[in-house]
Design a protein around this ligand. Sequence first.
Ligand code: DQA
Length: 146
Amino acid sequence: ARILVLNGPNLNLLGSREPDLYGATDLESVIATLSQRASEAGHELRHLQSNAEHELVDAIQRAPGDGIDFILINPAAFTHTSVAIRDALAAVRVPFIEVHLTNVHAREPFRRHSYLSDLAVGVIAGLGTTGYELALEAASRRLAQI
Ligand code: DQA
C-alpha cells in the first residue's frame, strides 16, 4: 500500500527546535527510519513537510488521485487552528492517524483541542518519534485487514 506522511509547520526544525520537548532526532532521520520500515512491510512511503497550510491541504486533496491508502499526519500548530485541513481530510475520506511528538494534554490549554481528532482512526501523543513508528505499525495492520 501507499502511505503518506504529512508534517506541519516548524517540524522541519526537528532536532534543533526545543530539543528538551521535541527530542534531538531530525526529521530526515525520522523519515528515513519510517521509509525503511514501510518498505520492509511491503509499503511505499511518501513524505511532505510544509510550513504552509495550503500545501498540506493540496497534498490531502491529491491523495486519492495519487493512490494513497493511508495518511499519518502531525499537523503541528495547524492541529489547533485548521478547519481547512480538517475539511480536506473529511473530503477525501482517506483514513489517517494523528501523531504528536509531545503530550499535547500536558502542555498549554490551547494544545488540548484538535480540529482533526474526531475524524482520525486514532491519535498518538507524547511518545516522541516512536509515535510515528507506532502509527506506521497500526496503519500496516489496518491495511492488512482491508
Ligand atoms: C506538535 C504539538 C503542537 O501543539 C505543536 O504546535 C507542534 C508539534 C507535536 O508534535 O507535539 O508544532 O504537533
